[in-house]
Design a binder for this molecule. Structure first.
Ligand code: C2E
Ligand code: MG
Ligand code: MG
Ligand code: MG
Length: 282
């Protein structure tokens, strides 16, 4: 009967939830040792000028290869790193490693290249973040202007007041702030105006939905117009096809990033493309 079915449903969900939290616990324990065991590495994805295809910068994306669990997706382990606090040492490693990689590329003549690093809300809310960033810049010997910190819309907009001091110091330092996954969070225009944002990155779901037709295209159009009106640079994420690129160009989007240009790659895989002037005509 219904009662019995109800009970079975309940049992089904609890065992599923149990399995999920077991997995999360297993991942958290493994993640605790991932840094010292050198299981983490960074891949880099080009950010290109939407009109010329010239590589303007790269985004560092974290990868975790575990001997038994295999490759674990950031979508799965970043939330665990955030809830456990492990994102603080890991995020620091990411920033330092990315800065050193950029230095190595600068030494090969790539002085125009920028480096984007993703920051979690937890890192952003550390009062000592500006000091940590300053140390990273000094140790890698790179100027602040080439480092971009990417914050998701929700991370940037939660408690704007609480992070105002941090933001002011970061701005004084000269690093640039980008709002990542823009359009999926809940930023009010007032909040957006308060943050000294350099760049908006349109979330890839909007770019994908452009294929559906005019209403979805109008949405991307509106975001681009708003960014332009606010004097912000605008990047489209998740560009996979030439059709998407053509439309984004027509709208006046500044930069593009996505599989159409390149997947995230290891430094030695990406380097030949970086050293070419323009490897993918737009
Ligand atoms: P994100 O910062 O928005 O990065 C873009 C994600 O989209 C990356 O996934 C990238 O590999 C993927 N992507 C790029 N181009 C395309 C495309 O054309 N099509 C599709 N379908 N996907 C594309 P990834 O590397 O799995 O990272 C997922 C998220 O994990 C990132 O989203 C970011 O929020 C987070 N993440 C990655 N590395 C770090 C890190 O070092 N620190 C922090 N805090 N978060 C990170
Ligand atoms: Mg990002
Ligand atoms: Mg994004
Ligand atoms: Mg994302």
């Amino acid at each position: 009967g219904a009662k019995r079915q109800g009970r079975n449903t309940y049992r089904f969900f609890t065992s599923q939830m149990q399995a999920q939290s077991m997995r999360a616990l297993e991942l958290e324990n493994a993640l605790r040792r991932a840094l010292e065991r050198e299981q983490l590495c960074l891949h880099y994805q080009p950010q290109v000028d939407a009109n010329t295809g010239k590589i303007l910068g790269v985004e560092a994306l974290l990868r975790w290869q575990h001997p038994k669990l295999g490759a674990v997706s950031p979508a799965e382990f970043i939330p665990i790193a955030e809830s456990s606090g492990l994102i603080l040492p890991i995020g620091q490693w990411v920033m330092a490693t990315a800065a050193q990689q950029l230095k190595a590329w600068r030494d090969k003549g790539l002085l125009h290249l920028t480096m984007s690093v993703n920051l979690s809300a937890r890192q952003f809310h550390q009062p000592q973040l500006p000091d940590l960033v300053r140390q990273v810049l000094e140790q890698a010997n790179i100027p602040a202007q080439v480092l971009e910190l990417e914050l998701t819309e929700s991370a940037a907009m939660s408690e704007v007041v609480a992070v105002e001091q941090t933001v002011a110091e970061l701005q004084k330092l000269g690093v640039r702030l980008s709002i990542d996954d823009f359009g999926t969070g809940y930023a009010s225009l007032t909040q957006l105006k308060r943050l000294p944002t350099y760049k908006l990155k349109i979330d890839q779901s909007f770019v994908r939905d452009m294929d559906n037709g005019d209403a979805d295209k109008a949405m991307v159009n509106a975001i681009v117009r708003m960014a332009q009106a606010m004097g912000l640079r605008i990047t489209a994420e998740g560009v996979e096809t030439q059709e998407q690129l053509k439309f984004l160009q027509a709208l006046g989007c500044d930069e593009a990033q996505g599989y159409y240009f390149s997947r995230p790659r290891l430094p030695h895989e990406l380097e030949p493309f970086l050293l070419q002037d323009s490897w993918k005509a737009c």
